[in-house]
Design a protein around this ligand. Structure first.
Ligand SMILES: NC(=O)c1ccc[n+]([C@@H]2O[C@H](COP(=O)([O-])OP(=O)(O)OC[C@H]3O[C@@H](n4cnc5c(N)ncnc54)[C@H](O)[C@@H]3O)[C@@H](O)[C@H]2O)c1
Length: 432
């Protein structure tokens, strides 16, 4: 099939590349000229395991193209996936859908034969209705159908998630679109993914409800970890004991820093605003947001306690600064608030991240990036394991850290406190 992917970020690039790898003719469009030129030259703008090879392979065999020309790309395609950003509005009041509506207006003049317009971006309930209204101002309703097909991929596992999703949600009442999309996704459903056809509004809400529920699970276990720290109970035992109950499940039930990333913070905020608009109080999600917002300052208090209140001039090393492992994404990572706060209190912070130095931190004084783990930790008073990269899971701290009085604060509980005790390393973790 001839597909056009609008927005070549994490979702658009991964979806475009994977659809082309399944044999479709795909054109990925972005208004960022540099990004498109880089992609044509084999330079991949994001870190995502396996993506590099897949882009190069499909670009070479010409099933995958890159362009900045939205109108031409839409003209030659049957199915248009809108994958642009839907960040939180500057005033904090819900999702900013301006990029979506801008695309809807731009593509109208290119719809001369039947096309399916799909929102893969996460959009508030009724956005599909609005897109339909915008396009139908200039185009007959017979020539297009607006469908919601929310994306559930996880950064770091995006390619696996594309080929083996738990479910594919298609929100449409249009039979023709449903049949075409069933066909498009058949290589994936034939491997076991469930194909669910719902109304468009239901599909839009399923995405928000799923993210809000996962955010709730994380926040739930994080709050229980706070209790565990006071009653000499290990949160890991609680996670395992709860998670083995199939009704609960162990995923997203690991205590750690505040949840971050490009989705959970913005989507939880957006869904409560939508509900407020419809005079419905989503009080559980509201308290999840509040609890998560407090989490970084709670962990900073713990850092201060570990250092006995003496933060000034302390050498603190952060291992990992992205919001989770296997991604270079810094959006809403808890390190963005924790590191500047420690620097402000006089700490000399050093960090290492497997995806390299971060622009977010370049202008901060007393903050240094190290090129490798060994040089990052060697002079530290305190090592904070912030992200659960495999690279950090078997470090011989005793051998590598020069300062013999160093302390570790493992915010991901990747080491065993018993083993650390045996090695006589001062070790703190979450919920223990
Ligand atoms: N990142 C994730 O893990 C993830 C997972 C599921 C769903 N989502 C949702 O998918 C959407 C996209 O997320 P993302 O992380 O890929 O965003 P992103 O910021 O990485 O990418 C968006 C891209 O769209 C481009 N763009 C914006 N307006 C455009 C226009 N008019 N024409 C052409 N290109 C345009 C931008 O230049 C950018 O490259 C969001 O709604 C997000 O909530 C993201």
């Amino acid at each position: 099939m001839k597909l056009c992917i609008v927005g070549t970020g994490y979702v658009g690039l991964v979806s475009g590349v994977c659809f082309s790898d399944l044999g479709n003719d795909v054109i990925c469009v972005d208004h960022d000229h540099k990004k498109v030129e880089d992609l044509k030259n084999g330079i991949i703008p994001i870190y995502e395991p396996g993506l590099d090879e897949l882009v190069k392979k499909n670009y070479k065999n010409k099933r995958l193209k890159f362009s900045t020309n939205l109108k031409n790309s839409v003209s030659r395609s049957d199915i248009i996936f809108i994958c642009v950003g839907t960040p939180t509005k500057k005033n904090g009041k819900g999702a900013d859908l301006s990029q979506i509506y801008h695309v809807a207006k731009e593509i109208r003049s290119s719809i001369l034969k039947f096309k399916i317009i799909i929102t893969k971006s996460t959009v508030s309930v009724t956005t599909g209705d609005e897109i339909e209204k915008i396009i139908s101002q200039k185009v007959s309703k017979k020539l297009f159908s607006v469908v919601s097909n929310p994306e559930f991929l996880r950064e770091g596992e995006a390619i696996r998630d594309f080929y083996k999703p738990d479910r594919i949600i298609i929100g449409t009442n249009n039979k023709k679109s449903n049949n075409l999309l069933k066909n498009l996704y058949s290589p994936i459903t034939s491997r076991g993914a469930k194909y669910i056809n719902t109304s468009r509004r239901a599909a839009e809400l399923i995405k928000y409800a799923s993210n809000a529920f996962l955010a709730t699970k994380i926040t739930f276990i994080n709050e229980l970890a706070n209790l565990c720290e006071k009653i000499d109970v290990n949160i890991e035992d609680i996670s395992i004991g709860m998670g083995l109950d199939k009704r609960i499940g162990g995923r997203f039930l690991r205590a750690g820093p505040a949840y971050g990333g490009s989705c959970f913070p913005k989507d939880t905020k957006a869904v409560v605003i939508t509900a407020d608009k419809f005079k419905t109080n989503l009080s559980v999600i509201k308290s999840v947001i509040k609890s998560n917002e407090n989490r970084s300052s709670l962990l900073l208090k713990r850092v201060s306690n570990i250092l006995k209140g003496k933060i000034k001039n302390k050498k603190i090393c952060f291992l990992g600064v992205t919001f989770k492992a296997n991604t270079d994404d810094m959006r809403d990572s808890s390190s963005l608030s924790m590191i500047p706060s420690l620097v402000k209190k006089g700490a000399k912070v050093n960090y290492f991240d497997p995806t390299g130095e971060k622009n977010n931190f370049k202008k901060i004084k007393n903050l240094n990036f190290s090129n490798d783990i060994n040089s990052a930790i060697k002079d530290s008073d305190l090592i904070i394991i912030h992200t659960e990269w495999n690279d950090f899971k078997s470090i011989n701290f005793k051998k590598k850290v020069k300062n013999k009085k160093f302390v570790i604060f493992d915010m991901r509980n990747i080491y065993s406190s018993t083993e650390m005790k045996e090695q006589k390393i001062k070790y703190f973790s979450i919920g223990c």
